[in-house]
Design a protein around this ligand. Structure first.
Ligand SMILES: [Zn+2]
Length: 621
């Protein structure tokens, strides 16, 4: 772990320099170390476990209670997740192509939880939590366990906790569980009593209803004892690989497994905020080592007819990694695992559970190593910062792999436009759990969050956006950035004021609509008027194409930006005086006559999310 430690020290040093030169206060964050021992029974699908937790309260606050997540308690009839899913199942969204009604529930969940039998439900049951050998008072709130402390935890102190728990793996409903549709025995995510993150905004004790996650930064040592026929894949690095084998052993090592019917797999991960594992007796693996980069594991069920697909994905990731590292920052851990499991694709630190090995999903989940894994935003409060950013980077990486240099975000824009029209749009600042519909949540998190970045490229220039993404990585990896943190990076890198963009795009439902207005001739010069029809202001690119084939980019900065983006191509550009946001119209004059103009187009790049594009372009007869 020397390499990571060295990088961390450099990062901390740079941060200190950064904060001292900018005179900004540092933001504290809690730290945790888990040592988890698990004994898995593959016949009953139950396990017992212990956790030794060291918890550093780095906050200035005295804590009188703690909270833990017990996610698997959601997989029981009448749980909040079950009730919520069935409630959303009452909301009719419309009809599909065949005229069948489409309801708002997640088709993977529907009412399946309500039908689970006692041996199919999940549970996480804590037997005790002890501090200094004293048993603490536990209050169950279904998926949240409240721990009322007999003695408060003081600011800037370290506390050791002993936890004993037992659990039953639920039949796989969503993300986690056993015996999924592809027959994977165990997809073990959100499986252990996990400390709720306490941050500068307080406790984040969100009852689990199927959505988002957030965790304490820390280190994990996880020792899993299981039937020796099972192969495991997990967050972190296997410490006893040469005693375990299954392909994890070093090159040329002759593996000598200990005797007995079980094996104990010892995984260790540093600077992560969650831990996932999966197990199946028919797993196999492929490995790909990137030179001066991570070791990739691809772990999947042996199916000969699908082997080409697994190999193709492995080769694709090897091809994509250098572009990813250059564009979004280097992956700082030693290894990463693509694991067949779960019910689609779901991100975890240093690993993903994916259902089929499609490159799009795999790249999306791998990009979560940045947006979730490293820049660990609170996913409940800012789901678009991980889903939207992962979608944005997935689409860019996929386009690069295809060698396609056209704009890759059109589908995300269209999805956002449809949401606006549907009337189901809610502000992007809505807490993930509290959206009125799954539909509104998903489009905001994935599409409108992706548009947030793609459109920022329009506002500051795509090359500047690239610098912003790298600076965001440099400043905020291994932390918990919020939207303002990202926008502040964007402001400092671009030299433009962007608070207005954050306020309009995230906190309101105002949308963008610019239109071409009157075209007149004044003293032999064409005078063009642009109208602000929508309520959200933007800087405006207007491309004029003349009948002689020449083009001119006319750029109208928005007054609130206090600056102009750099020119983005070789088209001659004319920068006009700023547009004050209260003005509903803006006019500028050309050096040529109306008769010379062939075409006028607002934002030919289509990166501005103008909800009504029919009034953006005219051809002059
Ligand atoms: Zn995602």
């Amino acid at each position: 772990m020397n390499r990571i430690m060295k990088q961390l020290i450099v990062a901390i040093f740079l941060l200190l320099v950064f904060f001292s030169t900018n005179a900004q206060p540092d933001r504290w964050q809690q730290h945790i170390k888990y040592v988890i021992n698990v004994d898995m029974n593959v016949t009953t699908n139950r396990f017992t476990g212990t956790e030794k937790i060291d918890y550093w309260n780095n906050s200035p606050d005295t804590l009188n209670r703690l909270f833990f997540h017990l996610y698997w308690n959601a997989f029981q009839p009448n749980s909040m997740m079950d009730v919520r899913s069935r409630e959303l199942g009452q909301i009719l969204l419309g009809n599909d192509r065949n005229g069948n009604p489409v309801y708002d529930w997640d088709p993977r969940v529907r009412d399946r939880i309500s039908k689970l039998l006692p041996n199919e439900i999940g549970y996480d049951s804590v037997q005790y939590i002890k501090i200094n050998n004293k048993t603490q008072k536990l209050i169950y709130h279904e998926t949240i366990l409240e721990v009322d402390l007999d003695e408060p935890i003081l600011p800037h102190s370290k506390t050791a906790l002993d936890v004993a728990f037992k659990a039953q793996v639920p039949v796989q409903i969503r993300r986690s569980g056993r015996d999924n549709a592809e027959g994977i025995r165990y997809s073990m995510s959100q499986w252990y009593p996990k400390m709720v993150e306490y941050d500068y905004q307080g406790w984040n004790a969100n009852p689990y209803i199927a959505r988002e996650f957030y965790g304490v930064w820390g280190n994990f040592d996880v020792n899993i004892t299981i039937d020796k026929n099972y192969m495991l894949a997990a967050t972190g690095t296997l410490q006893n690989a040469n005693d375990i084998g299954f392909g994890y052993e070093g090159d040329g090592v002759k593996v000598k497994q200990p005797t007995g019917n079980t094996l104990t797999w010892k995984f260790s991960a540093e600077n992560v905020h969650d831990f996932v594992w999966a197990a199946d007796p028919n797993y196999k693996m492929q490995k790909r080592q990137i030179k001066n980069g991570p070791l990739f594991y691809f772990i999947y069920k042996k199916v000969d007819s699908l082997e080409w697909k697994r190999t193709a994905l492995a080769d694709t990731i090897v091809k994509a990694y250098p572009f990813i590292a250059k564009t979004f920052g280097a992956y700082p851990y030693k290894n990463y695992s693509f694991i067949q499991g779960g019910d689609g694709g779901m991100e975890y630190p240093m690993a993903t559970l994916i259902k089929n090995f499609s490159p799009g999903t795999a790249i999306h989940e791998f990009m979560h190593s940045w947006y979730y894994g490293l820049m660990s935003n609170n996913e409940s409060l800012y789901p678009w910062m991980d889903e939207g950013f992962a979608t944005y980077s997935e689409l860019r990486v996929s386009a690069w792999l295809r060698g396609d240099f056209s704009f890759p975000f059109t589908n995300a824009y269209n999805s956002y436009f449809r949401l606006v029209k549907s009337g189901k749009e809610e502000p992007m600042s809505t807490h993930a759990d509290h959206y009125n519909t799954n539909y509104g949540y998903e489009v905001n998190a994935y599409s409108k969050g992706c548009v947030f970045l793609a459109q920022l490229g329009y506002i500051v220039g795509d090359k500047v956006l690239d610098k912003i993404l790298l600076e965001y990585y440099n400043e905020w990896k291994f932390k918990h950035p919020n939207p303002n943190d990202f926008v502040r990076v964007a402001e400092k890198v671009s030299g433009l004021e962007l608070q207005w963009y954050k306020e309009y795009w995230i906190y309101t439902l105002k949308n963008i609509d610019y239109a071409i207005g009157d075209i007149n001739e004044e003293n032999g010069n064409a005078k063009i008027t642009i109208k602000k029809v929508g309520l959200m202001p933007m800087p405006v690119d207007v491309l004029i194409t003349y009948k002689d084939g020449t083009k001119e980019m006319h750029y109208i900065p928005l007054g609130m930006m206090y600056g102009a983006k750099p020119a983005e191509d070789n088209t001659p550009r004319i920068i006009h005086p700023e547009w004050k946001w209260v003005d509903e119209e803006y006019s500028f004059t050309l050096a040529k006559k109306v008769g010379d103009i062939k075409e006028i187009e607002i934002d030919p790049s289509q990166r501005m999310a103008d909800v009504n594009r029919v009034n953006n372009k005219i051809t002059v007869p």
